[in-house]
Ligand binder design. Structure first.
Ligand code: PLP
Length: 390
């Protein structure tokens, strides 16, 4: 389906009908598959004959989701995983070994930083963390065993935008591979592979599902990489469940429409927040006031659906805004059609020291909203009560 547009691929790619010719993709809740004969079983196990064997290796529903996401990312291959974190884990375990080195953005998702910096370090894989937007720092961090660059853009919660094409050039010059966590933009707004990245990782738990129902993840990119990831996954087992794959597969059908509508709501809310008394600063790549607005508009189709802002009055004022919310859900999850609000300093970033938090720019007055599909007016009304109460 290479010649089709994104919108067609989103609803059609990966569809494979069974003998019943069902219109909507079937959900195959089966852990194993039956063979016609001993010879076929042997051929399937040896790989001589293509086909399903056991759901830790493959399942038709999971395969459909993988094909559809690969088509949307413009990827040669895609491997689905049980969660976003198992996508990161599988990529690192499959492609690196003890002695190898990673250059990673300091703006990465907290658990990714923990996985690379602490857990992988136990196995002799070292990571240097660099400021997300400092291209020289990426260049200077390169070592003789640097094999992987890992970035995420825009970052969470400060929406820093990393220049994918520029970091890809630095990574390739160093003989390394660039991985991009494309969770915040999704392929509907940003296609890292077209910008020079070699592989994309996803938390499908967020916008790909889009309705806060299931956990899932994926690694998509060059075949040489995804084939290694598949070999790791089929042995180690952090495979995506067919049920979750089916939910995500259906989520992909509305991905672009949701991303555009949620981005439009986010832009309206961000602009409104900038004009509110008591709001010291708004972080949103779609606003002209964002330090990397131009880069963001070159690299992304829109600013995305995550808006962060700092209120005057520190933690007390920030908590007042959170506690006054009746519509916005108080939860750290994001990527849902329901808007969510979180206070990073006391939740997602609560376990790091106050000094480290300050160095990362996460102030006590910072709030992050993942904007959903509610009316902007209702979201504004919800936030005004908390902002007025200061
Ligand atoms: C949530 C998230 C992850 C981890 O995904 P899980 O599905 O929760 O394992 C990784 N990266 C980013 C940017 C995320 O938001």
């Amino acid at each position: 389906m290479d010649d089709f547009d994104f919108d067609t691929l989103a609803v059609r790619a990966g569809t494979a009908r069974s003998q019943f010719n069902e219109h909507s993709e079937a959900l195959y809740l089966t852990s194993s598959f039956v063979f016609e004969s001993a010879a076929q079983a042997a051929a399937r196990f040896s790989g001589e004959e293509e086909g399903n064997v056991y759901a830790r290796f493959s399942n038709p529903t999971v395969s459909a989701m993988q094909s559809r996401l690969a088509a949307l990312e413009g990827a040669e291959g895609c491997v689905a995983t049980a969660s976003g974190m198992s996508a990161v884990l599988s990529l690192v375990m499959a492609t690196l070994q003890a002695g190898d080195h990673i250059v990673a953005s300091r703006g990465l998702f907290g658990a990714t930083q923990q996985l690379l910096g602490t857990i992988m370090a136990k196995f002799g894989i070292e990571t240097s963390f660099v400021p997300a937007t400092d291209l020289n720092a990426y260049r200077e961090a390169v070592k003789s065993r640097t094999k992987l660059f890992f970035i995420e853009t825009p970052s969470n919660p400060l929406t820093e935008v990393v220049d994918i094409a520029a970091v890809a050039a630095i990574a390739h010059e160093a003989g390394a591979v660039l991985a991009v966590d494309n969770c915040f933009c999704t392929p509907a707004l940003q296609q890292p592979l077209a910008l020079g990245a070699d592989v994309v990782v996803h938390s499908a738990t967020k916008y790909l599902d889009g309705q806060g129902r299931v956990l899932g993840g994926a690694v998509a990119g060059a075949k040489a990489i995804t084939e290694e990831v598949f070999k790791f996954l089929r042995t180690a087992g952090p495979t995506l469940s067919p049920f979750n794959a089916w939910v995500i597969l259906k989520g992909l059908e509305t991905l672009r429409i949701r991303m555009e509508a949620q981005s439009a709501n986010a832009l309206a809310l961000a602009g409104w927040l900038e004009a509110q008394p008591g709001v010291a600063r708004v972080f949103y790549p779609g606003l002209a006031s964002h330090p990397q607005h131009e880069l963001a508009m070159r690299q992304q189709k829109s600013g995305g659906a995550i808006v962060s802002f700092e209120v005057e009055g520190g933690r007390e004022a920030a908590w007042r805004v959170v506690d006054a919310c009746k519509t916005l859900s108080i939860t750290a999850n994001l990527g849902d059609t329901k808007s969510t609000i979180t206070h990073p300093a006391s939740t997602t970033h609560g376990r790091i020291s106050a000094e480290a938090r300050a160095a990362a720019g996460i102030s006590d007055g910072l709030l992050r909203i993942a904007v959903g599909l509610e009316s902007v007016g209702d979201l504004q009304a919800d936030l005004s009560s908390g902002l007025r109460g200061r």
